[in-house]
Design a protein around this ligand. Sequence first.
Ligand code: SAH
Ligand code: SF4
Length: 373
Amino acid sequence: MSRQKQGGKPAETKDGGTLAAAHTTASGQRQTDILSAGSPGLSAWLKEHGEEPFRAGQILRWVCQRQADSFEEMTDIKKDLRERLARDFVVPRLALLDQAESGDGSVKYLFGLSDGQAVEAVLMAERDHYTLCVSSQVGCAMGCAFCRTGAMGLSRNLTAGEIVAQVRDALTLAPGKMRLTNLVFMGMGEPLANYDNLVAAITLLMDADRGFAFAGRKVTVSTAGIAPNIPRLGRDTRASLAVSLNAVDDALRTRLMPINATYPIEDLLAACNRFPLQKGRRITFEYVLLAGVNDSVTEAKKLASLLHPKRAKVNLIPYNPHDASPFSRPSERAVRDFQQVLLDRHYTTVIRKSRGADIHAACGQLRAKALGE
Ligand code: SAH
Ligand code: SF4
């Protein structure tokens, strides 16, 4: 499979992001990224060009399910239409700039974008499947005090096509026979700050007929807490929700996560209550444990009472140290004591093991290493 960088300067969108949709060929012709166009964009093009609507499904199935890299390969589509599609659309691949494999089977990819920026995606090996940790932005504007990506600031939003392309590329790169069935938006960036592109990407990723057919309960969006977009996400997609809580009182949470000054804990939890939960599903609350900062048993008890009576489960993430923040990881004992309080109150509580710690797997760290940041 060939992996090349696409040429051309991406166009600016009204929210300051870039539109992967726009590529310029050597002859100066503008082309649209077919993963950004998705079903709505392609259907509109077909209508405009007097083609039958069912072609959209045929073409997208080639790209999403059969991993076609060119229109040439789409042999059940008439030649003339293939040529016109190739003039107006590109089938994007990201440039694989770097990859690092961990002893535990995880692989971290550094993907280059058409404007020279780079994002990470981490393929995590579970018992019987892979989970891909996907990025939604280059950098992040939220400025959380413990986060490597936060220290970079925001460069730009990813386009829907760039989000989907991480998954499409990982599907072909994933080693062995294990299937990539789960996606978590826990890579670089704040997904709910890039809302429209996120929803367009998830729509194609979950489209069982023409897209990638990921199941709703296996696609999880993690947010720092942009409260108004939480119920919206539940209405616009069937994705699962994870919320990075990380502190149980507003003063500390604002210090760790400045977004809390805009959407304090009460507003955030109220927004979670308005998230339409599908039957049998729960909201995941993530809690990064920072030694001596937010890891006391008193805070664990407060966390349990804050979540009560939500349909919630808890993901404890022992801090992954990096040189852009001053925190340290609590002892195993402190982590277990914190967990026990929640278990005693009947919350499913898992300690997320630090997968790929030897490959700089914490958010933003491979990029920092590769680009010498
Ligand atoms: N912006 C989104 C998703 C990306 S961050 C969010 O904040 O939810 C994904 C998760 O990684 C978040 O729960 C965040 O709190 C956590 N995280 C960030 N930096 C970390 C670090 N150094 N160690 C452990 N967890 C970290
Ligand atoms: Fe952004 Fe999430 Fe990192 Fe906060 S934790 S800076 S929201 S990526």
